[in-house]
Design a protein. Structure first.
Length: 95
């Protein structure tokens, strides 16, 4: 199991990449639905803030629970990333 620092770094990297992709999409694709992209970016950033708060709470848990909590957060992050990537794909399909 990776440390909380590694987990935060991984999530931060993924969030930056997804937001960058959304911004690049708006600049490169003509007639893009800006509102849909903004909603996606806002959802990604909301999830980022919530996840970092969850990691900080998990850090304060008892030693036996800490690892389980961080594993649960990592699994949730994988699911949310898949959801966000799916939404990004739908944006590109609609054009």
């Amino acid at each position: 199991m990776a440390s909380k620092r590694q987990l935060k770094g991984d999530i931060t990297f993924i969030v930056k990449e997804m937001v960058s992709e959304c911004i690049a999409y708006t600049m490169l694709v003509p007639n893009v639905d800006i509102k849909a992209v903004e909603d996606l970016i806002n959802d990604i950033l909301d999830y980022y803030g919530k996840t970092l708060a969850d990691i900080n709470v998990a850090r304060k848990a008892a030693a036996g629970e800490r690892g389980d909590n961080l594993k649960a957060i990592r699994n949730d992050a994988r699911q949310k990333v898949a959801e966000f990537v799916g939404r990004m794909a739908k944006l590109s399909e609609s054009k």
